[in-house]
Structures are given as C-alpha cells and as structure tokens.
Design a protein around this ligand. Sequence first.
Ligand SMILES: *[C@@H]1O[C@H](CO)[C@@H](O)[C@H](O)[C@H]1NC(C)=O
Ligand SMILES: *[C@@H]1O[C@H](CO)[C@@H](O)[C@H](O)[C@H]1NC(C)=O
Ligand SMILES: *[C@@H]1O[C@H](CO)[C@@H](O)[C@H](O)[C@H]1NC(C)=O
Length: 398
Amino acid sequence: MMRPSAATRPRIRLPGGGCFFSSIAVLGLLVMYQNIRFFSVKLSSYPSDTVKAAVGGEDDMDPSSGVYHSWKVFKMNYEEMERKLRVFVYPGGHRTPQRLTGKYASEGFFFKNIRESQFVTLNPDKAHLFFLPVSCHKLRGQGVSWEGITNGIRNYVRALMLRYPYWNRTLGADHFFVTCHDISLRATEGVPLLVKNSIRVVCSSSYNNGFIPHKDVALPQVRLPFSYPAGGNDVNTRKTLGFWAGRTDSNIRSALTTVWKGDAELDIQNSRKNGTSVKHNKFYGAKFCICPGKSEVNSPWIADSIRYGCVPVIMSDYYDLPFNDILDWRKFSVILKESDVHRLKHILQNISDAEFVALHQNLVKVQRHFMWNTPPKRYDAFHLVMYEVWLRHHVIKY
Ligand SMILES: *[C@@H]1O[C@H](CO)[C@@H](O)[C@H](O)[C@H]1NC(C)=O
Ligand SMILES: *[C@@H]1O[C@H](CO)[C@@H](O)[C@H](O)[C@H]1NC(C)=O
Ligand SMILES: *[C@@H]1O[C@H](CO)[C@@H](O)[C@H](O)[C@H]1NC(C)=O
C-alpha cells in the first residue's frame, strides 16, 4: 500500500498558523481495527469491599452526605475510567493553552491538563476517544475572526477525515471538542457531524442555544486568578440574605436588578463600574449568591459562589448544570425558575437556618470538584469532565 509522499501529503493550516501533519506519515490505513467491546455502566450490585473502600479511604468523602446521586456508582465508574480511559490527541492544532487566567481559564486548563494526564495514548488504536485540540481562545488571541475560527475547525476536521480512519468509522461520535469562549457552539457549525455526533464540552451549556444535554458536556466556567482565598466556611459571618453584582446583560439580570435593587436584605447591584475584587469580598458575607444566567458563556459566578461558600441560587432556565448527573445540585444549591424573580426574597427567607447550614456544609464538600489544578488532581474539575466524556463513549460501538 502506498503512502503519499511528503510532497503530496495535504498540509492544512489553521488561520493563525499551525501546520498539521508535518510528522505523521507513519500512521495510516495499514492497521486493521479491532472491535472494541462494549462497556456498560455498572448499575447493579457491588462487591462489599468496594463499598468499604469508599468509606474513610484516601479519598475520604462521606458517601452518605447525599451530594452525589450515588457515590457508590460514581466511585466505581470513576475508578474504572482512571484505569482504562485512553484518549488520542490528534497532532497539529494547539499544544499549549492561550492562558490559564481570565474568564476562559477552564479552556486553558483543559488544554494543559489533558497532556499532563494519564489518559493520553500515542496509539490511536488503543483510544476510546479522540480529542480535537483546536483552541478557540487561542485563535481569537491570534486575531482570527469568529468566521475564521469556524472555517479553521472545519478544515481541521476535514483533514483528519481524509488522513485517518477514525472519524469515518463512527462519523465523529467518539471525538470530542472543548471550548470556553463566547463563540461557543458556533465554532462547530462548519461540520454538521461535529454538531450532530461529537461530544462538545462547552461553558455555554444552554439547551435553548444548540447545546445537546445528553451528548454534549457542561464545562464549569471559572475566572482566574481568584481575588480571595477559598473558604468563608463559617456560616455565622453570613448576614446578607442574598447577593449579586454584575452587568444587566440578559433579561433575567435586568429583571433581578429592577425588582430588587435597593432592597434591605438582598444586596443586588448593577456594578458595571466596580472591579471584581469589591464584589468577591461580599461572597463571604452572604448566605445565598444569586446566579442569573446569560445567553452565551454562562458565568464564572457559580464557581465563585462555590469557592467562597456562598450557596448558589441558580436562576437560569435551560442551563445544564456541570456534573448534574453525578452531583445532586439540590443538596448544595437552590434551583429556581427565572419567573421566580419576584418571589426570590420570599423563597430565600423561607429556607430555615438548619436547611441553610445543610446546604452550606454540602457546598463545602463539592468545592474540590470545581477546582482546576496543574497538574490535575483526582476528582477535580478536569477529572470530572473526563468522567463525563468517558460515560458518553459507552453509547457507541467503537
Ligand atoms: C472518510 O469519508 C470521506 C467522505 O466520505 C472520504 O472523502 C474520506 O476519504 C474518508 N477517509 C478515509 C480515511 O477513508
Ligand atoms: C461600587 O463599590 C463601592 C464601594 O464598595 C460602593 O459604595 C458602590 O455602591 C458600588 N457601586 C455600584 C454601582 O455597585
Ligand atoms: C416554605 O417552606 C416550607 C417548608 O420548607 C414549604 O412547605 C412551603 O411550601 C414554603 N412556602 C413557600 C411559600 O415557599
């Protein structure tokens, strides 16, 4: 079988310059593909030692705390993922993140973490999943337009389709793409199969906006660096009933400000001018932090609330909460409809001190799942994202 020579090999450029496939002559069509057996998520019985190991082990989490839908199922599948998951990162694209700071930091951490992790395999035939390492944040940093980003991703995927057999055998269903940028899902629109079949891991996980909740994955957004240390875990210092400050750049944010600005117990501010440090200081003093949604990239506000121990009040219709299938958000947050805005104070006042303390204590338990680290740590945000991607590979045949 002939291989194209270096001269005839297609060379694909992303806008902004990365040259692909410069060193890939070796990988080709010579390999027979083994059927990889179906994996099934185990939901039934557990050996008792597995359950015991969950209590008081190295990853000491109280399985009865209720913040997980099922700690036993989660832990078992998580550990299977740790042992087995292998990801092939296509060559070309971006090797390094644009930044690990700012409001798109989750994307940067993912791009850094995946290459630091144990999941990467250089052998695509061993891979369960294929990562498309194109960073929208980085392309924007190079001055590429939104249209240019969409075209760049289309060209990149087309080149992979021609060059490798892996896209075609599942039509992209075992491929995943990650971004935390305002362009969001629009970046994938140049490739209908990427929209339809692939796993898109994005910060803007709103299902009135093209996000497909059972296929795509919500990436927890975070603005880094944080202005204040984590914690504020003393409930007694929390005197303000509810707090929010930000721009009124969505309907619910405008409504929130209109209804509650100037209220004595709810500290709601349209703070276009104030720096984030002023705002963050208030996270320690509030019981509840209101998290009103926005159409594109949702907001780092939820991650801030979690970090500072302020119970998040989710007011964002059609927003798919990160790790919603692992974590029982109702145990550490209050989930309201946007139309509840007029009743907001009443609803929060009606939550008893005991209920608040329980929510708060549970919030502290989930903090580590929303933290990004380099290198990544077990059960942190990176690993939970990988877990979500791993679960989705169970639905396809390769
Ligand atoms: C994958 O499918 C496309 C479109 O059908 C085709 O042009 C391409 O050659 C295929 N790729 C491989 C590696 O066979
Ligand atoms: C900005 O912060 C200052 C100082 O904390 C405060 O007095 C002021 O009300 C804030 N302004 C807005 C618009 O939130
Ligand atoms: C107030 O809380 C109680 C008990 O938690 C609940 O049964 C009731 O429906 C709540 N009332 C309102 C108006 O939310």
